[in-house]
Design a protein. Structure first.
Lengths: 105, 241
């Protein structure tokens, strides 16, 4: 089977393919859990999942993005402990990373 | 029936008050999102995407990290193979959404399927962070997610446009710390998600496994492998919260 070349529509089709892949990611976790019975064990696993996602996302990023990023994320967490404000945490974090990068960290 | 369900509560709550609350909750994340969208618009114009293509991508893909990664892979001419490759990369970058969705599924389950299929189109990291926090505080109004998702979607699309138009002015987004917007929001979430020392073991395992995976495998597989490890430890440790 030969498809006609994407040609002039290539970019639009590429964007459509990205949209489809993303939407499938969005619905498949929810759809899958519809088939898995919520036993106490699954429930405990799900309860541990959000924190695990956050930690698993952040820790390697510190390693990849460098020292300045690590300091910024620590500062953001510290700011959240003192004051529960995401906006303040963002401002603190961005300030720390700009300053740290300006000093060449 | 093996397990008696706890009494059927107000099952499918979705109110306009909830939507407003969602908009309020997401508003504190907006400055970061706007900067991120402007950076994407700038990267897209540098790669030669038209304004229409750029806005279309923000509107129907609506996933910041995947869109930025796609700009690394963008090309002037497309073959079917290249398009398939882009779709696969997009799916790996967004695979975290599978787990994020799964973690909130008990909340979504009582709602009609078409409604879940619809609001999940607007499901993002920011949405997940807000929803997780709201749900863990005992909130059950789906309007919160819908309101936050819609508001974020509109702002995301709108902010892409000046990014594309001003393009060249923002040549190096890294200099402004834009690469840290989402990591900072994620790190900040650690505090409200903290459930005492019982949660420490799954988290430590998730972090350690993710770190090792990131060393060994390129890309974003570390999020999935690390999170699943943490969830497994949680599932099999008897007193995990």
């Amino acid at each position: 089977m030969t498809l006609p070349d994407p040609g002039a529509w290539g970019a639009i089709i590429a964007i459509g393919a990205m949209a489809l892949a993303t939407y499938l990611c969005r619905i498949s976790g929810v759809a899958m859990m519809g088939f898995i019975p919520l036993t106490p064990r699954v429930r405990r696993g799900l309860a541990a999942l959000p924190g695990s996602i956050v930690v698993a996302t952040v820790v390697p990023l510190i390693e990849r993005l460098g020292m300045a990023a690590g300091l910024a994320l620590l500062a953001a967490v510290g700011s959240m402990v003192l004051r529960r404000s995401e906006l303040l945490a963002l401002i603190v974090g961005m300030t720390v990373v700009s300053v740290a990068r300006a000093f060449g960290l | 029936m093996t397990m008696p369900e706890p009494k059927p509560q107000a099952k499918t709550l979705i109110t306009s008050a909830g939507m407003l609350l969602g908009v309020r909750r997401v508003s504190v994340l907006m400055p970061g999102i706007v900067v991120f969208a402007v950076a994407f618009g700038a990267a897209a114009s540098a790669k030669g995407l038209s304004l229409f293509e750029t806005v279309l991508m923000s509107a129907i893909v609506y996933a910041g990290v995947a869109q930025l990664v796609a700009m690394e892979l963008w090309r002037p001419e497309w073959t079917w193979g290249a398009i398939a490759g882009l779709a696969v990369v997009t799916a790996t970058v967004n695979a975290r959404m599978v787990l994020q969705g799964a973690s909130l599924q008990p909340w979504f389950a009582p709602y009609p399927k078409w409604l879940n299929a619809l609001h999940l189109f607007f499901f993002t990291d920011a949405n997940w962070l807000i929803g997780t926090r709201y749900h863990s505080e005992g909130g059950r109004d789906l309007g919160v997610l819908v309101g936050a998702g819609l508001a974020l979607w509109l702002v995301w699309i709108a902010a892409t446009i000046p990014g594309h138009v001003l393009g060249a002015l923002i040549s190096d987004p890294r200099a402004y710390g834009i690469d840290l917007v989402m990591p900072i929001f994620f790190a900040a979430m650690i505090v409200p998600l903290w459930r005492g020392r019982r949660a420490l073991l799954p988290w430590a395992v998730a972090g350690a496994v993710a770190l090792v995976t990131a060393k060994l495998v390129d890309g974003y597989a570390f999020i999935i492998v690390g999170s699943l490890s943490g969830a497994l430890v949680g599932a099999f440790s008897d007193d995990a919260a």
